[in-house]
Design a protein around this ligand. Structure first.
Ligand SMILES: *Cc1c(COP(=O)(O)O)cnc(C)c1O
Length: 461
């Protein structure tokens, strides 16, 4: 018989997690003001809040930590990281930062001015935050297919070239900071961008004289999908695909907490020396000297090793097959999830699950709270709370899609955990008519409100 698939690793170290009772969770979530970010991790059984910085490092990464060089300037670890970025992405210049949003802060300090326009494919929340903080505007040019969750399209992260061209034509050149291509596209469901789309965006950017930046957090997962789904790439290695992807970018911001499989870190990759020099000024001001930029030597070493591991096929196959496994179990239970399954997470279509809850009561948040109450599983809302208020009108922005994202940490949980998650969701669906109302906001921050928002249950009458 054909042998089943099994993980391409074995486990060397474990960490205990604790189950809780529904009664305990009722108390804890109320104390947390129904914001899952406010829960203590000990109050969570399976933590799918994020795949950011939550991965398990390999024995080789831990070994690299021991070899970290903590010199302030010119550390060996810095050169290891420089070499890895050059070899894997092809960038001649880079700056380490403490995480992805810090890379955005430094790069955007050089390139984004008040009144600017930044087209892209469903910008990530911190990216949008850093754009809007500078009184510039992020314009979403994602293809329309991305917003139909049941449509099977291999590259739902793609940029619609007509939408992009319209923005580039209607905006004076000096008002366009850059085009941001997010790999994979988190906000539309962890969906990849095709190589062809990257090539076409690059050609259009060149025509209009605009820079292209890859928001690169999950670049390796994106490369895996290109290998599996795009004609002409089936026989190429992940590393070959990654190198080609970055031929079509001028620069990149990276959250190393994702596809570099470290717990903290980030960087900016650049091809232009002049841009590197300008960005260095801000890096020194906000992050640290250019040879460490907010990272310790050991972390830079682990990052260099992580970049190498995450661009290996066996690692990616294990990872993405686990996401697929969870997705299939959900689908078998009739739970509506974003199709095709994404690279790092399963996105549950909350509007379809709880169609009787009005959008003003935060549908996806309501579902996320119910899943926590059911089994101590912590997902995250990717919906109206995350979409935040319009910076001009201060009204809630209602996105087309309301998701509960179940992000799977890298190399952390087994498929038994995936089974628990799928069964818990099934139980929530079976009792959905008893979920009578959603939530209202009682306290929120002026920007990136989802992290600290406080909620109360809406009355059911
Ligand atoms: C996580 C992430 C960021 C921000 O990175 P942090 O390390 O969390 O600051 C930016 N863009 C994308 C696509 C991300 O996934």
């Amino acid at each position: 018989m054909e042998l089943p698939f099994a993980e391409s690793f074995k486990i060397k170290m474990v960490e205990s997690i604790r189950r809780s009772t529904r009664e305990e969770r009722e108390v804890w979530i109320k104390e947390a003001k129904y914001n899952l970010f406010n829960l203590k991790s000990d109050q969570v059984f399976i933590d799918l809040l994020t795949d950011s910085g939550t991965g398990a490092m390999s024995d080789k990464q831990w070994a690299a930590m021991m070899l970290g060089d903590e010199s302030y300037a010119g550390a060996r670890s810095y050169y290891n990281m420089k070499e890895a970025i050059k070899k894997i992405m092809g960038f001649e210049y880079f700056l380490p930062t403490h995480q992805g949003r810090a890379a955005e802060n430094v790069l955007f300090s050089v390139l984004v001015k008040e009144g600017d326009v930044v087209p892209g494919n469903s910008h990530f929340d911190t990216t949008k935050g850093h754009i809007e903080f500078r009184k510039a505007h992020a314009v979403d040019c994602t293809i329309d297919e991305a917003f139909n969750t049941s449509l099977l399209h291999p590259f739902k992260g793609n940029i619609d070239l007509n939408k992009l061209e319209k923005v580039l034509k209607e905006t004076p050149r000096e008002k366009i900071s850059m085009i941001v291509v997010t790999l994979t596209c988190n906000s539309s469901g962890g969906q990849p961008v095709s190589m062809q789309n990257m090539r076409e965006v690059s050609a259009m950017a060149k025509k209009f004289g605009v820079l292209v930046c890859y928001d690169s957090a999950r670049f390796a997962e994106n490369a895996y999908f290109i290998k599996m789904r795009e004609k002409g790439y089936e026989n190429k290695s992940i590393k070959e695909i990654v190198l080609e992807m970055y031929q079509y970018a001028d620069m990149a911001t990276m959250s190393s907490k994702k596809d570099a499989i470290v717990n903290m870190g980030g960087f900016i990759g650049m091809k232009d020396e002049n841009l590197f020099k300008q960005a260095s000024v801000y890096n020194i001001m906000f992050e640290g000297f250019i040879t460490y930029g907010g990272m310790s030597g050991r972390d830079m070493n682990a990052l260099a090793q992580g970049l190498d591991e995450s661009t290996e096929f066996d690692y990616l196959e294990t990872r993405i097959k686990q996401i697929e496994y969870l997705g299939k179990r959900m689908t078998d239970f009739g739970i509506p999830v974003q199709l095709p399954y994404g690279g790092h997470a399963i996105f549950i279509d909350a509007k379809k699950c709880l169609s009787h809850i009005p959008k003003e009561q935060y549908v996806a948040q309501t579902l996320a709270v119910e899943l926590y109450l059911e089994a101590g599983i912590r997902g995250v809302e990717i919906g109206t709370i995350l979409a935040d208020r319009d910076p001009d009108t201060r009204q809630d922005r209602y996105p087309e899609l309301e998701f509960v994202r179940l992000a799977i940490p890298r190399r952390v949980y087994t498929n038994n955990h995936m089974d628990v998650i799928a069964c818990a969701m099934k139980n929530v669906m079976d009792r959905k008519d008893a979920i009578k109302a959603g939530f209202k906001i009682i306290n929120e921050a002026p920007i990136l409100r989802h992290f600290t928002v406080e909620l109360a249950r809406c009355s059911t009458s």
